[in-house]
Design a protein around this ligand. Sequence first.
Ligand SMILES: [Zn+2]
Length: 199
Amino acid sequence: MSAIDDLATELSKLPGIGRKTALRLTYHLLKQRPEQSRRLADALTTLAERVRPCVRCFNLSEEELCGVCRDPRRDPTVICVVEEASDIGAIERAGEFRGVYHVLGGRLSPLDGVGPEDLTITALVDRAGQEGVREVILATNPSLEGEATALFVQRGLASAMGAQIAVTRIARGLPVGGDLEYADGVTIAQALAARREMA
Ligand SMILES: [Zn+2]
């Protein structure tokens, strides 16, 4: 395989990049100065080496604890549960939430072979018990799988903690099947404000 094919193959594995776009990007890089390509390669290497999951909430971080967990102004007694670390950015942009997060690392998806043991649900239940948590807000995506995941997590928390904590679900103001990540700040703020306790 040639160097051109190698890079095009790797680029075409990225979301939204087909073979054609991958080749176009590869030829674009070839026309650039070599230093530019080297900077891109360095940035990718640094990303892979430095970014890792926060030991407490599984948000992405370059430190042991992420920026949110390290921030003393955040309220550690309210945990907002999201599917992916990228969802945190969307909620932070809305600027309303002052609690902390927990990243599940995906959602339950039997068809894709993703079960409860593949997500950080056990770590969440432990956290909810240890840190004097008052409320867990389930902000998984408003898809079928996201709803099923929220229900599963709610049951896990209820059986471990009973009525000691409130488990709430964000309101359905978000478009069904839509991704939290792409929702606008106002919609997210409204969905959070109108959250309801799960029975
Ligand atoms: Zn964290």
